[in-house]
Design a binder for this molecule. Structure first.
Ligand code: ADP
Ligand code: MG
Length: 403
């Protein structure tokens, strides 16, 4: 994969696909304002490096789901405003995504100046990867840089199509994501310990499969553990658990018996509640037989201690998915204990998943991990071993070859 080190950007118009899909709220007058600018500040590494190297920047991103139509509530205006404050640069907002008028603005850009295109999903051709839109985007620049890892698993016009039409490379964020995640899969420091939790069991079965082959230990928590416990014949009460997931779990457990595969760690105790609520009746269950009328909502203290020991002796830790319903204080202890163990681990620590990141932030530990992946679906797909179209498109030579 080519990086911006391989490009001579001086004086060139550089189209950067960024991830400015920030959360919005409204001000007192009902105008959209940013609820959080983490994604904008994160994008500054690449933006500032390119500006310092004399690039003329054209930034493109999606924001929300306008579904191919102009929507003033999803304009990039508040993003452009925040970027102006953060960089102190000349930042202009284009009147649209593509077209003659926008192109004229790109030609007027001077070195270090920034033009923010309107929300690329105002164009219906974005998500269908329409070649016409890709060509129109390519007309706005001399070079293409993709720094939006969160959408790298989507073949859209601004993430894939355009990459084939210009000399292209990965920005610093995307490069870091791919290097770190590929690194722990291809040459991890052993033992490699994967912790998989959360609620989206079906989405994560392929991730567990991959780590069964690559890791020494796969730790299971969150709602993920109930299909496994059910497959072992335990009662799960009202816990989240369906027959299809239990079938998957049975297959994974059979793999775990193979000495070439990882061993599986499952809870030995749980915190159970009578409902999913802050004021639920709740107690620690010694063992894993969940009584009728109760649901398992967190791993128990003995389990948290065992998981902590595995994490402490790991050479590499990959964590995706909270250990329980951590948003509710009665069910947060297991996730907190695992987050603290990951924070203190001597090995390389990599965390992925929106709710896992939110859990780290809730416990004030987001700066303690080596790599906090921003990818969501893209992170899981990369870990599963799937090819990400947005990454693959950067691997070709690019039309103009070596720039
Ligand atoms: P991530 O976003 O990190 O990939 P998921 O989206 O898969 O994680 O799952 C996060 C959600 O799982 C959280 O909202 C959490 O409350 C919920 N959860 C975790 N454990 C349980 C459980 N035992 N029962 C119900 N929900 C759970
Ligand atoms: Mg989630």
């Amino acid at each position: 994969m080519r990086s911006i080190d391989d490009l001579d950007v001086h004086g060139k118009r550089v189209l950067v696909r960024v991830d400015f899909n920030v959360p919005l709220t409204e001000d007192a007058d009902g105008r959209p304002v940013l609820a959080d600018d983490t994604r904008i500040t994160a994008a500054l590494v690449t933006i500032e490096e390119l500006r310092a190297r004399g690039a003329r920047l054209v930034l493109v991103s999606h924001l929300g789901r306008p579904e191919g139509r102009f929507d003033p509530k999803l304009s990039m205006a508040p993003v452009a405003q925040r970027l102006r404050e953060l960089t102190g640069a000349e930042v202009a907002l284009a009147p649209g995504v593509v077209g003659a008028e926008v192109r004229a603005l790109t030609e007027e850009l001077r070195e270090g100046e920034i033009l923010v295109l309107e929300n690329v999903r105002f164009e219906a051709g974005e998500t269908s990867n329409d070649p016409e839109l890709a060509h129109a985007l390519a007309e706005l620049a001399d070079i293409y840089v993709n720094d939006a890892f969160g959408v790298a698993h989507r073949a859209h016009a601004s993430t894939e199509g355009v990459a084939h039409l210009l000399p292209s490379a990965a920005g610093r964020l995307l490069e870091g994501e791919v290097r770190t995640l590929s690194g722990i899969l291809e040459s991890p420091a052993h033992p490699l310990v994967a912790i998989v939790g959360g609620a989206k069991v079906a989405d994560k079965i392929a991730v567990i499969d991959r780590f069964m082959e690559l890791a020494e230990v796969v730790i299971i928590g969150g709602a993920m553990c109930f299909p496994f416990l059910c497959a072992q014949g335990h009662a799960v009460g009202e816990s989240l658990c369906c027959e299809e997931d239990t079938e998957h779990a049975r297959r994974v457990l059979a793999q775990a018996a193979n000495p070439h595969h990882a061993s599986i760690e499952l809870p030995v105790d749980l915190v159970i509640g009578d409902r999913l609520s802050e004021d639920a009746e709740h107690r620690v269950l010694d063992g894993v037989e969940v009584p009728q009328g109760w649901m398992g909502l967190d791993i128990g203290p003995a389990t948290a201690q065992r998981y902590g020991r595995e994490i402490a002796r790991a050479g590499t830790v990959f964590w995706n998915g909270p250990m329980g319903a951590f948003e509710l204080e009665p069910f947060a202890a297991g996730t907190r204990a695992v987050a603290e163990a990951v924070a203190q681990a001597k090995g390389l620590t990599v965390v992925g998943g929106g709710d896992s990141a939110a859990a780290l932030a809730r416990f004030g530990l987001e700066d303690t991990v080596d790599h906090l992946s921003t990818g969501g679906g893209a992170t899981l797909e990369l870990v599963e071993g799937r090819t990400l179209p947005g990454v693959q498109a950067l691997e070709g030579a690019g039309v103009a070859g070596g720039v």
